[in-house]
Design a protein around this ligand. Structure first.
Ligand code: ACO
Length: 329
């Protein structure tokens, strides 16, 4: 069996923060943010917008596209590091709200989470154990961002993207994949407080350690080193080469990182999908949101070979080689 994408959907909060808004909040400029990251604006969740509400919207759209009902789902996987609660999982909440009766769990691999979810789901589909799985990548990083720290606050945005993966006897879908972790230095990108090692207390509430900490240049170097290699590995498993790629959808964290990976793979700009300017880095939601927009703009056609790749906290990385089989867009 093959695991093919049959449905897709996305949701972003209404509120938008532009670079001009950040110029009023921290010591930064539109010029600095655009030249260093490519980001112009990002969507920010309101108090009532959470991973379960955004994930639910994206998930419902994906089911509708796939033409299946919630009862047809065999599993729901949600990739997020900013779930509604420590527990139960956000997938559990969405399972109930969407009206499904299947098992549901969260996975955590920061920005690589959606790719981890797709790889996990594919195993159940390929063995014939399951028929339809909903995989949602969703994040509200704004809720753990220090809006006084110019080095991180301009980078992130909130949103959700979802796909339905279905079992198919016809060749296509996820043909190659790779994923990995390097836990040797987790502090390159992490949230120091809020877990069991350092719980939130009256003393640290609102303090720097309760927000995202990142060694930007270390993560940058790691990403530029890993992305191209990961894509090549996934393509190799699918018996493809970079020359076969019709569309490259990299994690939308930073335009300079995207450019570096595209150069390494010798891909011209017309084969690279970029929307980082509108959303910033939405972490686990970044690739499924980009996929939805690529489909909506007519850049994905039946038979296309699509490479996707992400990197993130952990540090983690992952890539997929996909043959697009869906007829409608
Ligand atoms: N506005 C103006 N100046 C700034 C800002 C800002 N918003 N942020 C940092 N600076 C300053 C720094 O303080 C520094 O000043 P100094 O030289 O006086 O100390 C200067 O700009 C240069 O800082 P660098 O960190 O060297 O800037 P760099 O060119 O490396 O860009 C950036 C920083 C954009 C963060 C880059 O390192 C990057 O994109 N790294 C990867 C980050 C990433 O992708 N993270 C997401 C991972 S995915 C996940 O799991 C969530």
């Amino acid at each position: 069996m093959y695991s093919v994408i049959t449905g897709w959907g996305m949701a972003v909060p209404e509120k938008v923060l532009t670079n001009a808004d950040f110029e009023k909040m921290v010591d930064t400029t539109d010029e600095w943010i655009i030249s260093r990251t490519g980001i112009k604006e990002r969507h920010i969740a309101g108090p009532d917008e959470t991973p379960s509400t955004l994930g639910l919207q994206a998930g419902r759209m994906a089911l509708e596209k796939a033409g299946i009902t919630p009862q047809d789902l065999d599993l729901i996987i949600v990739a997020t590091v900013t779930g509604d609660y420590s527990f139960p999982s956000t997938a559990n909440l969405i399972q109930n709200q969407i009206g499904a009766a299947c098992p549901a769990f969260d996975i955590q691999a920061a920005c690589t989470g959606w790719i981890y979810g797709v790889i996990t789901a594919s195993q159940f589909l390929k063995t014939g154990a399951m028929k339809h799985i909903l995989i949602i990548g969703v994040e509200t990083l704004s809720k753990i961002t220090d809006f006084t720290d110019r080095a991180t606050c301009v980078l992130f945005g909130d949103g959700a993207g979802a796909v339905v993966l279905s079992a198919s006897k016809t060749k296509g879908g996820v043909l190659g994949w790779t994923f990995g972790s390097d836990g040797s230095d987790p502090e390159r990108l992490y949230r120091p407080a809020g877990g069991s090692r350092c719980p939130i207390t009256p003393e640290n509430v609102g303090k720097s350690e309760t927000f995202i900490h990142m060694n930007g240049s270390e993560v940058f170097k790691f990403a530029t080193r890993k992305m191209g290699v990961a894509v090549e590995e996934a393509l190799q498993k699918a018996e493809l080469t970079p020359h076969d790629i019709d569309l490259f959808i990299p994690h939308q964290a930073n335009l300079r990182i995207i450019d570096a990976a595209s150069r390494r793979l010798e891909l011209p700009p017309e084969k690279v999908f970029v929307n980082v300017e509108k959303y910033g880095n939405t972490s686990a939601a970044s690739i499924p949101i980009a996929l939805c927009e690529a489909i909506a703009s007519g850049r994905v056609r039946q038979g296309n070979k699509i490479a996707v790749v992400a990197f993130g906290g952990g540090l983690t990385w992952g890539a997929l080689a996909i043959e697009w089989t869906a007829k409608h867009s």
